[in-house]
Write a protein that binds this ligand. Structure first.
Ligand SMILES: Nc1ncnc2c1ncn2[C@@H]1O[C@H](COP(=O)(O)OP(=O)(O)OP(=O)(O)O)[C@@H](O)[C@H]1O
Length: 241
């Protein structure tokens, strides 16, 4: 097994007086897609924010691509090659799609060849290239947010609940885009509550509950085991429709 690109070991995070992450162990395979599932309030967003240095881990270690990033500042973590797409979608509504991408390119001018490559995953972006991003649908905004995160090459993409509130047809096109992205060398950690979205997308899966990771393994194993799904996620057959 190659060394994972990201490994969290015994990570605790306090927010004010609250002890939110209580010893999180998690790995993202290099070049793979790891899914993080769990009910509301389980600690998934806090895990992503802790990786990004937006909350500081009070103990434990976070190692990314050979670097101990546990105590690093967020801009330094980003510079090592991690991008974060928060649930709120970091998109400037008043700016055009092009301007949104332009501003996200920090290391120089927009690389047109890379933009063309990104637009292969998200054709809607080119269609609305000169439209204010605020006029786009929720799914299209989500695509702008992800495109912003990968406008320069990244080693690891952290994405928080990209399907939240999206219509099924948009979820399908987002799934196709993630499939394409997966075929590149970008590793992905995807937080989701929509199991149907991730069951065929994920290589590995972690399930969180109450500030802990209570299960880790291959996604294929969880996807093929309805008893395990029921036990870990409270999923019934109905929710697979
Ligand atoms: N700024 C904050 N101050 C205090 N508590 C917080 C803060 N942010 C999150 N929490 C608490 O931390 C716990 C974990 O929240 P988190 O957002 O990480 O969960 P989640 O698994 O991402 O849930 P959801 O799926 O609802 O987004 C929750 O109990 C939440 O209320």
């Amino acid at each position: 097994m190659p060394e994972p690109i990201l490994r969290l070991a015994g990570v605790h995070t306090h927010i004010g007086q609250y002890h939110i992450l209580q010893g999180v162990d998690l790995a993202v395979p290099r070049g793979g897609l790891a899914v993080l599932l769990g009910r509301n309030g389980a600690g998934k967003t806090t895990t992503l924010r802790t990786i990004m240095g937006l909350w500081k881990a009070s103990s434990g270690s976070i190692v990314f691509d050979g670097h101990d990033i546990t105590k690093m500042a967020t801009p330094d973590i980003a510079r090592l090659g991690i991008a974060y797409v928060p649930e709120s979608m970091a998109v400037f509504s008043d700016l055009t799609v092009r301007e949104n991408l332009y501003l996200a390119a920090r290391n120089g001018p927009l690389d047109e060849a890379r933009v063309d490559w990104i637009c292969r995953f998200f054709p809607a972006l080119k269609k609305f290239w000169h439209y204010p991003a605020g006029n786009l649908s929720g799914g299209q905004k989500q695509m702008v947010a992800i495109a912003r995160a990968i406008v320069e090459p990244r080693k690891l993409l952290l994405v928080d609940e990209p399907t939240k509130g999206l219509a099924p047809a948009i979820v399908q096109s987002l799934m196709a885009a993630f499939r394409e992205l997966k075929d590149t060398s970008t590793s992905i950690l995807l937080v989701e509550q929509n199991f149907n979205f991730v069951r065929t997308l994920g290589d590995t899966v972690g399930v969180m509950d109450d500030g802990h990771v209570v299960h880790t393994g291959a996604m294929a194993q969880l996807a093929g085991d309805e008893d395990l799904q029921q036990r870990l996620l409270g999923l019934s057959l109905d929710s697979h429709q």
